[in-house]
Design a protein around this ligand. Structure first.
Ligand SMILES: NC(=O)c1ccc[n+]([C@@H]2O[C@H](COP(=O)([O-])OP(=O)(O)OC[C@H]3O[C@@H](n4cnc5c(N)ncnc54)[C@H](OP(=O)(O)O)[C@@H]3O)[C@@H](O)[C@H]2O)c1
Length: 278
């Protein structure tokens, strides 16, 4: 099995990629900086064994993403089973605007680029790789309403810009999945008018092998998933659709959910949006 991981230099993408490598899946990492693993003995040993491959590129640059796909297909000897998209940006603090992103449409544009440049051999329904994209819990108006009160206030006050971008990503994913969009339009600064007709973008409903993962507020805590249930209680809740309660979840547990829960039970998760919370 071969995986193409965009956003795997650190955190969720990295933890998931390491789990995949440990299971014997080979991985092509799409990275802005291919020196990022120079001092990472674990990844270095996978590189040496021909199991991990690094390709340089920026998700916001169409040609880079196209080259990423080509490299992933080449390293996978013509097959590609999984695409993991966990690209995100570190926001800066602005006194007037809350948290702002240097590239306000980072996730939306990178995801559009990913779909637009998908190789022809992977487009037919029977040939599509599984695609997992990370967005966030509580970004559509209807899911925002289900957040615990304190989190709702926090999101509204501080996370407008990052969530505008994730909202755009959700819109692109809904298009590919063929799920009707009943929410307000995405801001044109995030998703420009006419985006549905961008060359290369699959037709509405043209790519359905997608799982959207929507974590709650992320922490750098340990992986509870590896410890299993405690007093009969699951280490985290993963629910298709909306979930009650739950403020946080660790990045390591999101990686655990992706590799240990969602991939082995793909039929249960395909086409869904999974909220993952404690
Ligand atoms: N913070 C939260 O509470 C929260 C909650 C829910 C969802 N999320 C979202 O969940 C996702 C994963 O979270 P995380 O903590 O694992 O993210 P993260 O640590 O911010 O990692 C983001 C990844 O995206 C890469 N990246 C950024 N810009 C790129 C570009 N232009 N081209 C290619 N790669 C680029 C980064 O690479 P570099 O090393 O080059 O920077 C890094 O590998 C993110 O989208 C995040 O916003 C966050």
């Amino acid at each position: 099995m071969h995986a193409f991981v965009l956003g795997g230099s650190k955190n969720i993408g990295y933890y998931a990629a390491v789990r995949l490598l440990e299971q014997g899946t080979s991985v092509t990492f799409f990275l802005r900086n291919t020196s990022v693993f120079d001092k990472d003995a674990k990844i270095q040993s996978y590189i040496k064994d021909g199991k991990a491959h690094l390709v340089k590129g920026d998700g916001t640059v169409l040609e880079d993403v196209q080259k990423g796909w080509e490299a992933a297909l080449e390293y996978g000897n013509g097959t590609l089973d999984l695409v993991l998209f966990s690209i995100g940006g570190l926001p800066n603090i602005s006194l007037t605007k809350g948290l702002v992103l240097a590239t306000p449409d980072l996730c939306t544009r990178s995801l559009l680029n990913l779909f637009r440049t998908m190789p022809a051999t992977l487009r037919a329904p029977g040939a599509q790789p599984r695609l997992i994209a990370i967005t966030s819990r509580g970004i559509t108006p209807s899911s925002h309403a289900t957040l615990p009160a304190a989190l709702r206030a926090f999101y509204s006050l501080l996370l407008g810009a990052p969530h505008d971008d994730k909202y755009g990503a959700e819109r692109v994913l809904a298009h590919c999945l063929g799920v009707p969009w009943t929410q307000p339009d995405v801001k044109p600064t995030i998703l420009p008018a006419g985006w549905e007709a961008f060359p290369g973008l699959p037709a509405e409903g043209g790519f359905r092998r997608i799982l959207i993962v929507r974590p709650s507020l992320l922490t750098d805590g340990e992986c509870l998933g590896d410890k299993g249930p405690k007093n009969g209680k699951a280490p985290y809740k993963a629910v298709a659709g909306e979930v009650d309660g739950g403020y946080t979840v660790s990045r390591r547990d999101i990686a655990h959910f992706i590799v240990q829960e969602a991939l082995p039970n793909w039929d249960q998760w395909e086409g869904k949006g999974a909220c993952v919370v404690y």
